[in-house]
Design a protein around this ligand. Structure first.
Ligand code: NAD
Length: 495
C-alpha cells in the first residue's frame, strides 16, 4: 500500500525491506510501508536540493499560495478517506481524526496567506544613523529541511512543518513515524496532485535508527525540524551539531493543571478529564499532573472519577467511542509498566489501573487516576504518554506554582480559577511555552507552539512557524556621497 515518495515518484526500498502497519484496535497487519535507509534518504535529499536550486526558490509568495490553497482544497475533498486512514493507523476516535483533517486544511490556508504577506513584506528597510548607508533585510528560505515526526498526531505534525516550510520557499524530506506513516503518504499524493513541482516535497518511510539517523547526518540538509521524545531530540541535536545544522525541537512534557477551590466543579472536571485523556493521553501537552486545592479535593476527585469511568472505550471507528487503543504494543507495554510502577511506589488507584475491561485484543488501557502521589514517584516525574493522571493536593498558590514548576519540562501548563487576577498571575509564574486559563489543551493555530526548559526549542504554528524556515539576510549598501562623520567608533586606517 505505502511507497516512498521521491521527486513525484513512488518507490519501494532498494533493500526490499518493509514495516508492518498494525491496526491497534484489532492488532491486524493491514498494510506495509518500505523500510527506507540511507540510500533512499540520499536520493530524496538530492531531489530536494535539485528542486531548491531550480525555479522553486525564485517563486513568489503568491505563486506558492496558489499551491497551498489547492492542497487545502485537496485535503477537504479527501476528508473522509484521510480521517478513516488516520484512525485505522493510529487508533484515535474518528471524530478526532476529522478535527485533525479540518485543522490541517485551515493550516494550509493560513500559510497561503502568510506566503502572500511575505511578498508584501519584501525587503525591510532599517532605520540606521547617518546618510552613508542603506540597510535592508531580505528573508530567504533556509533550504532543504529534514522533518522528523512522531505518531500521536501524524497529519497535524506533518502539516505544522510542511505548510510553513513550503510557504517560506523551502524544500523538504519528511521521515514520518514508522508506526503511522500512511496519512503522510496520502497527503503527499494530494500535494503532488495540487501541482507542487517534483522534488520540493519528499517522504521517506523507515525507522528512526536507519532513515531518521541518515537524514539528520546528511550534509545536504540545512535544518532538522524534529517533533518527538526528549531523549531522541537530545541525540538529534548532538548529531546535527557535527555540521552545525539548524535544529528546532518540539519535545516532551509533564504538564500540570492547577485547580483552585473557587472553580465551578462540573466544567473544571471536564477540562481536567479532557486534558489528561484526549487522544488516549498521547499528547505532548497532556496535563498529566493534577494539582488540586485541598478544600475541594475530595468532592472534585469523586466527580472526576465518575466522569472518567464513564468514558466510552473502543475501536476508533465505533459509534460514540471517546477513547481508542494506544498506538502500538510498545506504547501499551510502556504505559502498563508505569501503572505497575505507580502501584509499587505506593500510589493509590482512584480509577482504571490496567487493561480496559472487555477487550481481548487491541492495545486498550483504562483511563487511570493515581492519588496519594509524592513528587519523587516516576508517575509524577516521567512523561508516560498514555491515559494516566497523577494527583497531588496543595494548600496555597505558592505551593501550587512550586510543585507545578518542579520538573525539567516546560511545554504547557493550565490553571483553573474563578479569580481572573489569580489565574493571570499563576499563568505568568508557570514555566511553560504554552499556558491555558479556564480551558485546557486548546490548539490555537495562529499562536506560537513550543516549549521552554527540556521541552524543546523553537516554535511552530502562526507566524513563528513561518519564521523558523526563513533566514534573515542583511543587505547594506554604501550610498554615493555618504560620509563617515556620524560613525562613533573611529575607522582604523593604516598609518
Ligand atoms: P520518538 O522520539 O521515539 O520518535 C519520533 C520520531 O523520531 C520518529 O519518526 C522516529 O522514527 C524518529 N527517530 C527515532 N530515533 C531517531 C534517530 N536516532 N534519529 C532520527 N530520528 C529518530 O517519539 P515518539 O514516541 O514517536 O513520539 C512521542 C514523543 O513525541 C513524546 O515525547 C511527545 O511528548 C513528543 N511530542 C512532542 C510534541 C510537541 O509539539 N512538543 C508533539 C507531539 C509529540
Amino acid at each position: 500500500m505505502g511507497k516512498i515518495y521521491i521527486g513525484n515518484e513512488w518507490l519501494s526500498a532498494k533493500s526490499g525491506k518493509e514495516i508492518d502497519c498494525i491496526d491497534p484496535a484489532s492488532e491486524e497487519v493491514f498494510a506495509r510501508i518500505p523500510a527506507g535507509s540511507a540510500e533512499e534518504i540520499d536520493q530524496a535529499v538530492a531531489a530536494a536540493r535539485a528542486a531548491f536550486s531550480g525555479p522553486w526558490r525564485e517563486t513568489t509568495g503568491r505563486e506558492r499560495a496558489v499551491i497551498l490553497r489547492a492542497i487545502a482544497e485537496g485535503i477537504r475533498q479527501n476528508r473522509e478517506a484521510l480521517a478513516a486512514l488516520e484512525t485505522r493507523d493510529n487508533g484515535k476516535p474518528l471524530p478526532e481524526s476529522f478535527i485533525d483533517v479540518d485543522t490541517i486544511a485551515q493550516i494550509f490556508d493560513m500559510y497561503a496567506g502568510m506566503a502572500e504577506e511575505l511578498d508584501a513584506r519584501g525587503e525591510e528597510v532599517l532605520e540606521v544613523p547617518g546618510d552613508a548607508m542603506r540597510t535592508t533585510v531580505a528573508y530567504r528560505p533556509i533550504g532543504v529541511i529534514g522533518m522528523i515526526t512522531p505518531w500521536n498526531f501524524p497529519l497535524e505534525q506533518f502539516t505544522w512543518k510542511v505548510a510553513p516550510a513550503l510557504a517560506a520557499g523551502c524544500c523538504a524530506v519528511v521521515k514520518p513515524s514508522e508506526f503511522t506513516s500512511l496519512s503522510s503518504l496520502e497527503i503527499a499524493r494530494i500535494i503532488g496532485a495540487a501541482g507542487l513541482p517534483a522534488g520540493v516535497l519528499n517522504v521517506v518511510t523507515g525507522t528512526g535508527a536507519e532513515a531518521g539517523e541518515a537524514l539528520v547526518r546528511h550534509p545536504g540538509v540545512d535544518k532538522i525540524s524534529f517533533t518527538g521524545s526528549t531523549i531522541t531530540g537530545r541525540h538529534i541535536m548532538k548529531t546535527a551539531a557535527e555540521d552545525l545544522k539548524r535544529v528546532s525541537l518540539e519535545l516532551g512534557g509533564k504538564n500540570p493543571v492547577i485547580v483552585f477551590d473557587d472553580v465551578d466543579i462540573e466544567p473544571a472536571v471536564e477540562w481536567v478529564a479532557f486534558g489528561a485523556f484526549v487522544n488516549q493521553g498521547q499528547v505532548c501537552t497532556a496535563t498529566s499532573r493534577l494539582l488540586i486545592h485541598e478544600p475541594i479535593a475530595g468532592r472534585f476527585l469523586a466527580r472526576l472519577a465518575e466522569v472518567v469511568k464513564a468514558i466510552r472505550i473502543g475501536p476508533g471507528d465505533a459509534e460514540g467511542v471517546k477513547m481508542g487503543p494506544l498506538v502500538s504494543k510498545a506504547q501499551y507495554d510502556k504505559v502498563m509498566g508505569y501503572i505497575e510502577a505507580g502501584k509499587a511506589e505506593g500510589a493509590s488507584v482512584l480509577c482504571g489501573g490496567g487493561r480496559a475491561e472487555g477487550f481481548d485484543v487491541g492495545y486498550f488501557v483504562a483511563p487511570t487516576i493515581f492519588v496519594d502521589v509524592t513528587p519523587d514517584m516516576s508517575i509524577w516525574t516521567d512523561e508516560i504518554f498514555g491515559p494516566v493522571l497523577s494527583v497531588m493536593r496543595f494548600e496555597d498558590e505558592a505551593e501550587a506554582v512550586r510543585l507545578a514548576n518542579d520538573t525539567p519540562y516546560g511545554l504547557a501548563a493550565t490553571v483553573l480559577s474563578a479569580d481572573r487576577d489569580r489565574a493571570e498571575r499563576v499563568a505568568d509564574a508557570l514555566e511553560a511555552g504554552i499556558t491555558w486559563q479556564n480551558c485546557n489543551n486548546m490548539v490555537v493555530i495562529q499562536a506560537p507552539w513550543g516549549g521552554v526548559k527540556k521541552s524543546g526549542m523553537g516554535r511552530e504554528l502562526g507566524r513563528w512557524g513561518l519564521e523558523s524556515f526563513l533566514e534573515p539576510k542583511q543587505k547594506t549598501r554604501w550610498l554615493p556621497g555618504g560620509s563617515l562623520d556620524w560613525y562613533q567608533t573611529p575607522v582604523q586606517t593604516a598609518e
